[in-house]
Design a protein around this ligand. Sequence first.
Ligand code: NAG
Ligand code: NAG
Length: 350
Amino acid sequence: MGLYVLFLFLLLTHVHGAYVSRVGRSRRASGCDLYQGSWVRDGSYPLYETASCPFVETEFDCQKNGRPDKDYLKYRWQPSGCNLPRFDGRDFLLKIKGKRVMFVGDSLSLNQWQSLTCMLHTAMPQAKYTSVRIGDLSKFTFPMYNASIMFFRNAFLVDITSEKIGRVLKLDSIESSKLWKGMDAVIFNSWHWWLHTGRKQPWDFIQEGNNIYKDMDRLVAYGKALNTWARWIDSNVDPTKTLVFFQGVSPDHAGLSTSGAGPNCGGQTEPLPKYPSGQHPAELVLEKVLRTMSTPVHLLNVTGLSQLRIDGHPSVYGHGGHGYMDCSHWCLAGVPDTWNQLLHAAVIQN
Ligand SMILES: *[C@@H]1O[C@H](CO)[C@@H](O)[C@H](O)[C@H]1NC(C)=O
Ligand SMILES: *[C@@H]1O[C@H](CO)[C@@H](O)[C@H](O)[C@H]1NC(C)=O
C-alpha cells in the first residue's frame, strides 16, 4: 500500500513536472522558443466565428460593432523555430476533464477567458455548457467533462480595503487568494490598473507594513505587490497539484512611444513589422519577480508578439460605436486566441 502511494506520488509529480517549465526556460529542449516569431497571413483563420459564440461580450465583438475591415482576423503566429500546434478544443477539454481552471486578473484576463471559452464552445458546439456570474466570479462549465473555467476579476491581486481614512491598497495583503487556492491551474495577470489615476483609481492610499502613502511610483508599487503574490504562491501552492501561469503584460497601443506620442490603434489594419522600443518596463518588473520564485511559473510571454498587433484592438468598435477609443483590449476573434494556443502548447509540450 505504502509503495503504491509512493508510486502514485512519483507518477503525479513526474507528469506535472513535465507540464511545467520554469520562467526563463520557456524554450523546449529542441531549442524552439514559441514566443519568438512573426505574424503570417493564413486564410484558414480565424479559429472561430464570433457570431457562433453566444456569450461573447459585445465590447470584444468588433465585427458586430461595425468594424469594416477583416484582415486582422487572418493572422497566425508563426514561431521561428517550429510550429505552434493548431488549437484542438477537444484535446484541451480532455486535458482539463475533472479540473478547475481559473483566470485571475483584470479585463485582459476576461479577454483571454472569453477567447478560451469561445474556442472551446465553437470546437465542441454539441457539448452542453453553463455560464454564471456571481459578483467578481464568472464560472463557465462543461458538465459532461466536469470541467470549469473561471474568471475572477481582481485587478491588483493584492487587497483594497475600506478604512476610516478611505480606500487603502495594501501591498502586502492578499486575502483574495482564498478564491484561487486549490485550483488545478491558475493564470494570473495584473498591470493595467496600476496606471490609473483620478476617477479611475479605485484607492485613496497605499499601505505597506505600517506605512501609509498618498501615492508611490507605480512600477515600484507593482513590483511590491507582485512580490507579495510570489511569496504567497511559494508558501501555499503545491506544484504537483496546481499549474501556475502568468499572462505577460498585454501592451496597449494608445500611442507607440512610452510618452504616449505616435500613432494609436485607430484605423490600423495590419500588424507592425517590428516594434520600435524594447521590452515593456512592467514586463521587466514581472520577470525579475518570477526569477526569485521557487515554484515553477510558466510565463505566457505574450508581450512582444502582441506589441506587433496594433491592428488587433477594438479602437472605436468596442463599445457599440460610442466613439470611445479602446487600444487596450483585443477584438475577438483575435490576438487572445493566440495566447490560448500558447497556453495549450505549454500544457501539452515541454
Ligand atoms: C468533478 O471535479 C471536482 C474537482 O474539480 C471533483 O471534486 C469531483 O469529484 C468531480 N466529480 C465527478 C463526478 O467526477
Ligand atoms: C519574453 O520575450 C521577450 C521578447 O519579446 C524576451 O526579451 C524575454 O527575454 C522573454 N522572457 C522570458 C522570461 O523568456
